[in-house]
Ligand binder design. Structure first.
Ligand SMILES: [Zn+2]
Length: 199
Protein backbone atom coordinates (compact mmCIF):
# COMPACT_ATOMS: atom_id res chain seq x y z
CA UNK A 1 0.00 0.00 0.00
CA UNK A 2 1.38 3.42 -0.95
CA UNK A 3 0.69 6.20 1.57
CA UNK A 4 3.37 8.62 0.43
CA UNK A 5 4.82 8.46 3.93
CA UNK A 6 6.56 5.61 5.75
CA UNK A 7 5.67 7.25 9.11
CA UNK A 8 1.99 7.18 8.27
CA UNK A 9 2.26 3.62 6.99
CA UNK A 10 3.94 2.43 10.19
CA UNK A 11 1.33 4.19 12.37
CA UNK A 12 -1.38 2.34 10.44
CA UNK A 13 0.43 -0.97 10.95
CA UNK A 14 0.74 -0.27 14.72
CA UNK A 15 -2.95 0.59 15.07
CA UNK A 16 -3.92 -2.50 13.08
CA UNK A 17 -2.14 -4.71 15.65
CA UNK A 18 -4.45 -3.52 18.43
CA UNK A 19 -7.37 -5.66 19.59
CA UNK A 20 -10.62 -5.00 17.78
CA UNK A 21 -9.02 -2.71 15.20
CA UNK A 22 -9.04 -3.91 11.63
CA UNK A 23 -6.95 -2.53 8.83
CA UNK A 24 -9.60 -0.07 7.63
CA UNK A 25 -10.15 1.37 11.10
CA UNK A 26 -6.38 1.68 11.56
CA UNK A 27 -6.22 3.66 8.34
CA UNK A 28 -9.12 5.87 9.41
CA UNK A 29 -7.54 6.60 12.82
CA UNK A 30 -4.15 7.47 11.36
CA UNK A 31 -5.64 9.77 8.72
CA UNK A 32 -7.82 11.38 11.38
CA UNK A 33 -4.73 12.16 13.50
CA UNK A 34 -3.08 13.72 10.48
CA UNK A 35 -6.00 16.14 10.21
CA UNK A 36 -6.05 16.93 13.97
CA UNK A 37 -4.44 20.02 15.46
CA UNK A 38 -0.80 19.64 16.52
CA UNK A 39 -1.77 20.24 20.17
CA UNK A 40 -4.24 17.37 20.21
CA UNK A 41 -1.81 14.89 18.68
CA UNK A 42 0.92 15.99 21.10
CA UNK A 43 -1.42 15.44 24.06
CA UNK A 44 -2.24 11.95 22.83
CA UNK A 45 1.45 11.17 22.37
CA UNK A 46 2.26 12.35 25.89
CA UNK A 47 -0.51 10.30 27.48
CA UNK A 48 0.67 7.19 25.63
CA UNK A 49 4.30 7.82 26.64
CA UNK A 50 3.31 8.29 30.28
CA UNK A 51 1.14 5.17 30.38
CA UNK A 52 3.89 2.68 31.16
CA UNK A 53 5.73 5.11 33.42
CA UNK A 54 2.87 6.17 35.68
CA UNK A 55 0.48 3.25 35.64
CA UNK A 56 1.45 0.21 37.66
CA UNK A 57 -0.08 -2.57 39.74
CA UNK A 58 -1.34 -2.52 43.32
CA UNK A 59 1.03 -4.25 45.75
CA UNK A 60 -1.91 -5.87 47.56
CA UNK A 61 -4.24 -7.05 44.79
CA UNK A 62 -2.39 -6.62 41.49
CA UNK A 63 -5.07 -4.26 40.12
CA UNK A 64 -4.27 -1.12 38.14
CA UNK A 65 -3.14 1.95 40.07
CA UNK A 66 -0.76 4.92 39.91
CA UNK A 67 -0.03 4.53 43.63
CA UNK A 68 1.35 1.73 45.79
CA UNK A 69 -2.17 0.52 46.63
CA UNK A 70 -5.27 0.83 44.47
CA UNK A 71 -8.47 2.77 45.18
CA UNK A 72 -10.39 -0.44 45.95
CA UNK A 73 -7.88 -1.81 48.49
CA UNK A 74 -7.74 1.52 50.31
CA UNK A 75 -11.51 2.13 50.27
CA UNK A 76 -12.82 1.62 53.85
CA UNK A 77 -16.34 1.05 52.55
CA UNK A 78 -15.39 -2.20 50.78
CA UNK A 79 -16.13 -5.55 52.43
CA UNK A 80 -12.67 -6.67 53.57
CA UNK A 81 -13.70 -10.25 54.32
CA UNK A 82 -14.28 -11.12 50.66
CA UNK A 83 -11.77 -11.44 47.86
CA UNK A 84 -12.70 -12.06 44.23
CA UNK A 85 -9.94 -13.68 42.15
CA UNK A 86 -9.82 -12.66 38.48
CA UNK A 87 -7.47 -13.45 35.60
CA UNK A 88 -6.75 -9.93 34.31
CA UNK A 89 -7.27 -6.27 35.31
CA UNK A 90 -9.81 -6.21 32.48
CA UNK A 91 -12.01 -8.68 34.43
CA UNK A 92 -11.83 -6.55 37.58
CA UNK A 93 -13.12 -3.58 35.59
CA UNK A 94 -15.92 -5.69 34.09
CA UNK A 95 -17.06 -6.95 37.52
CA UNK A 96 -16.83 -3.45 39.03
CA UNK A 97 -19.08 -2.18 36.25
CA UNK A 98 -21.86 -4.56 37.34
CA UNK A 99 -21.98 -2.68 40.69
CA UNK A 100 -22.92 -6.00 42.30
CA UNK A 101 -19.71 -6.79 44.15
CA UNK A 102 -18.46 -4.80 47.15
CA UNK A 103 -15.48 -6.86 48.32
CA UNK A 104 -11.80 -6.80 47.40
CA UNK A 105 -10.03 -8.38 44.41
CA UNK A 106 -6.97 -10.37 43.58
CA UNK A 107 -5.66 -10.18 40.00
CA UNK A 108 -3.66 -13.22 38.83
CA UNK A 109 -2.32 -11.67 35.61
CA UNK A 110 -2.87 -14.92 33.75
CA UNK A 111 -4.27 -18.38 34.24
CA UNK A 112 -2.71 -21.80 34.90
CA UNK A 113 -1.91 -23.51 31.63
CA UNK A 114 0.45 -26.50 31.77
CA UNK A 115 0.26 -26.78 27.95
CA UNK A 116 1.74 -23.29 27.61
CA UNK A 117 4.11 -23.82 30.52
CA UNK A 118 2.30 -21.39 32.84
CA UNK A 119 2.56 -22.59 36.45
CA UNK A 120 1.49 -21.04 39.78
CA UNK A 121 4.86 -19.31 40.15
CA UNK A 122 4.19 -17.39 36.91
CA UNK A 123 1.01 -15.86 38.32
CA UNK A 124 0.34 -13.32 41.07
CA UNK A 125 -0.30 -16.21 43.49
CA UNK A 126 2.85 -16.24 45.57
CA UNK A 127 1.51 -14.12 48.41
CA UNK A 128 -2.14 -14.95 47.99
CA UNK A 129 -2.42 -17.56 50.77
CA UNK A 130 -0.62 -15.20 53.08
CA UNK A 131 -2.95 -12.38 52.10
CA UNK A 132 -6.00 -14.52 52.87
CA UNK A 133 -4.59 -15.68 56.19
CA UNK A 134 -3.20 -12.34 57.40
CA UNK A 135 -6.38 -10.43 56.56
CA UNK A 136 -8.78 -13.00 57.94
CA UNK A 137 -10.62 -13.36 54.62
CA UNK A 138 -13.86 -15.32 55.05
CA UNK A 139 -14.73 -15.97 51.40
CA UNK A 140 -12.70 -16.24 48.21
CA UNK A 141 -14.78 -16.04 45.03
CA UNK A 142 -12.91 -17.46 42.06
CA UNK A 143 -14.05 -15.58 38.96
CA UNK A 144 -11.64 -17.06 36.44
CA UNK A 145 -13.19 -17.64 33.02
CA UNK A 146 -15.25 -20.82 32.43
CA UNK A 147 -12.52 -22.43 30.33
CA UNK A 148 -10.37 -25.52 30.96
CA UNK A 149 -7.56 -23.28 32.26
CA UNK A 150 -9.94 -21.16 34.34
CA UNK A 151 -11.40 -24.29 35.97
CA UNK A 152 -7.94 -25.74 36.66
CA UNK A 153 -6.87 -22.47 38.27
CA UNK A 154 -10.03 -22.40 40.41
CA UNK A 155 -9.35 -25.96 41.65
CA UNK A 156 -5.72 -25.14 42.37
CA UNK A 157 -6.76 -22.15 44.48
CA UNK A 158 -9.44 -24.15 46.32
CA UNK A 159 -6.87 -26.84 47.23
CA UNK A 160 -4.24 -24.31 48.27
CA UNK A 161 -6.70 -22.54 50.58
CA UNK A 162 -8.21 -25.73 52.07
CA UNK A 163 -6.04 -25.65 55.23
CA UNK A 164 -7.16 -22.09 55.96
CA UNK A 165 -10.82 -23.08 56.31
CA UNK A 166 -12.20 -20.09 54.43
CA UNK A 167 -15.06 -20.58 52.00
CA UNK A 168 -14.01 -20.84 48.33
CA UNK A 169 -16.76 -20.27 45.76
CA UNK A 170 -16.93 -20.12 41.97
CA UNK A 171 -19.12 -17.92 39.80
CA UNK A 172 -22.35 -19.74 38.92
CA UNK A 173 -22.63 -21.48 35.58
CA UNK A 174 -24.74 -18.77 33.98
CA UNK A 175 -21.75 -18.22 31.76
CA UNK A 176 -21.47 -20.65 28.85
CA UNK A 177 -18.41 -22.94 28.90
CA UNK A 178 -15.54 -21.43 26.96
CA UNK A 179 -17.01 -17.92 27.08
CA UNK A 180 -15.08 -15.19 28.85
CA UNK A 181 -16.23 -12.55 31.33
CA UNK A 182 -15.43 -9.97 28.69
CA UNK A 183 -18.37 -11.03 26.56
CA UNK A 184 -20.96 -11.56 29.28
CA UNK A 185 -23.56 -8.86 29.86
CA UNK A 186 -23.91 -7.14 33.26
CA UNK A 187 -27.13 -8.94 34.19
CA UNK A 188 -25.63 -12.40 33.52
CA UNK A 189 -22.54 -11.47 35.53
CA UNK A 190 -24.51 -10.05 38.43
CA UNK A 191 -26.54 -13.28 38.54
CA UNK A 192 -23.36 -15.37 38.37
CA UNK A 193 -21.97 -13.52 41.40
CA UNK A 194 -25.20 -13.83 43.34
CA UNK A 195 -25.58 -17.57 42.65
CA UNK A 196 -21.94 -18.50 43.21
CA UNK A 197 -21.33 -22.10 44.30
CA UNK A 198 -19.05 -23.66 46.87
CA UNK A 199 -15.98 -25.32 45.35
ZN1 LIG B 1 -5.46 -3.21 45.22
Amino acid sequence: MEYGSETLASLIRLFAKMPGIGFKTAQRLALHLLRCEDKEVEKLGQVILGLKQTVGFCKSCGGITELEECAICTNPARNREMVCVVEEPRDLIILENTGQYKGLYHVLHGVLSPVDGVGPEDLNLRHFEERVRANNIKEVIVATNPTVEGDATALYIARALEPLGCSVTRLARGLPMGATLEFADDVTLARAIERREEL
